[in-house]
Design a binder for this molecule. Structure first.
Ligand SMILES: [Zn+2]
Length: 132
């Protein structure tokens, strides 16, 4: 019996016309050019959160209130922080605050910087000898 392939998927044929071999990365988003490399790395590949230990006194104060706090910073040193409060009784999160430094953001009103654009700018920082 013949297979029933009525709608054969077509994939875009890869052509060499889009290759940039030898030409470097082009058209880097202007909004990414002044961002620190740490911010570009995290915007490209995500943050590397590490938990910050709290002082015993702070833990005791919060537990008295029925809360547990988890504080994290990005170990990539992009300057981002993530603070969460949980109900000690239920374990349910009751507060969630993420903060990023000002230079992590694109200028207000200029839209969103796609991860792929951040990645290209990051590569230009990491490999300036190849991508200018
Ligand atoms: Zn980060």
């Amino acid at each position: 019996m013949a297979p029933t392939t009525t709608a054969k998927k077509t994939t875009a044929k890869k052509t060499s016309s889009k290759k940039t071999t030898g030409a470097g990365i082009r058209d880097i988003d202007d909004r990414a050019l002044n961002m620190p490399i740490e911010a570009l790395g995290c915007r490209s590949y995500g943050h590397a959160w590490v938990r910050i230990p709290l002082a015993t006194e702070r833990v005791a104060q919060l537990v008295e209130l029925g809360l547990v706090e988890i504080k994290k910073v990005c170990s990539n040193q992009c300057g981002s922080t993530w603070d969460q409060l949980f109900s000690a009784d239920t374990g349910i999160r009751v507060e969630n605050k993420r903060k990023t430094p000002k230079d992590y953001q694109v200028p207000a009103g200029t839209g969103r910087l796609p991860a792929a654009e951040a990645r290209k700018a990051e590569w230009a920082h990491v490999y300036p000898e190849f991508f200018s």
